[in-house]
Design a protein around this ligand. Structure first.
Ligand code: NDP
Ligand SMILES: O=C(O)C1=N[C@H](C(=O)O)C[C@H](O)C1
Length: 268
């Protein structure tokens, strides 16, 4: 089968440049285009050069349409307002859309679900194998331990991150809620401050730390009477997310239109 031609949107971002490097080192995929927002000072620049690979002839563009029309898939780690637009364009072009963007609102999620009627979308708050395996373990532990164990999710990220709690923390919260057979949105405790009162029984709490260059640390603490279990993951390099995203793109190439997650891709 011919190489899968991928367009990277948000191409000069932290994940965009990581993707350019990992695509160059991965068999079966080719970088077919690079997109940034209108007005970006990097428009026209060679993405290979920006990624430290040497020139590869792929210039950063602000016009996704012709690039999507000639591609098999788009890999998107950008911002919610851009991701919903790319989802619509990917649906029109009937191509694969891999979404790593976090901080999506309910309305954004609905727009993505609508686009998935025509596009093959894989979306996950974390594309790494380790975190998706951790989510399965959290689900199992939450089911086994029962509601007398208080669940708290703590995450730390670099000081440029703009959304909280992280997409991964929410994914792990969903896994804990699924294990308990409850709905996360009715039981999440976020942003405690001031005279909060005691912890709500059965709540799933979230705490977000920001600082330095931390790629992404997550701990799920299950605190019961006189004992505590901690399950965690430390991301050491962004290449783990990029490799997962490419695996998702290649997997989705053979699927019907729909909205998929990394659990589907990894068969967990
Ligand atoms: N699911 C996962 O496994 C992972 C998810 N993420 C998520 O991915 C997202 C990006 O993270 P990161 O790479 O660190 O962030 P960056 O800010 O480094 O990169 C985002 C890029 O998107 C660009 N962008 C913004 N608007 C548009 C637009 N309309 N069209 C095209 N490009 C646009 C930005 O440009 P500019 O700066 O000029 O605005 C920037 O270059 C975040 O939501 C993050 O949480 C990150 C890592 C792993
Ligand atoms: O913004 C980041 O950097 C990351 N975002 C994702 C998240 O919100 O969980 C994944 C990873 O932790 C890095």
């Amino acid at each position: 089968m011919s190489d899968m031609r991928l367009v990277v949107v948000g191409a000069s971002g932290r994940m965009g440049l990581t993707l350019a490097r990992i695509i160059a080192a991965t068999e079966g995929v080719t970088l077919a285009g690079a997109v940034e927002r209108e007005g970006s000072p990097l428009l026209g620049r060679d993405v290979g050069e920006l990624a430290g690979l040497g020139p590869n002839g792929v210039k950063i563009s602000d016009d996704p349409l012709p690039l999507f029309a000639a591609a098999d898939g788009v890999v998107d780690f950008t911002v919610p307002g851009a991701t919903t637009v790319f989802a619509e364009l990917a649906a029109q072009a009937r191509i694969v859309h891999v979404i790593g963007t976090t901080g999506l609102s309910e309305a954004d999620e609905a727009a993505i679900a609508a686009a998935a009627r025509h596009a093959r979308i894989v979306k996950s708050g974390n594309m790494s194998l380790g975190v998706n395996l951790l989510a399965q373990l959290v689900k199992q532990a939450a089911r086994a331990l029962g509601p007398e164990f208080d669940i708290e999710i703590v995450e730390m990220h670099h000081n440029r991150k703009v959304d909280a709690p992280s997409g991964t923390a929410l994914l792990l919260g969903e896994a804990a809620a699924a294990g308990r057979g409850i709905n996360l949105s009715n039981h999440a405790e976020r942003g405690r401050d001031g005279l909060t009162g005691p912890r709500e029984p059965g709540a799933i709490g979230f705490a977000a730390l920001r600082g330095g260059t931390v790629v992404g640390d997550h701990s799920v603490i299950m605190a019961g009477p006189y004992e505590r279990i901690e399950l965690g993951h430390r991301a050491e390099d962004r290449s783990i997310f990029a490799r997962g995203a490419l695996k998702a793109a290649l997997w989705a190439r053979d699927q019907k239109p729909g909205l998929y997650s990394m659990v589907d891709v990894l068969g967990l």
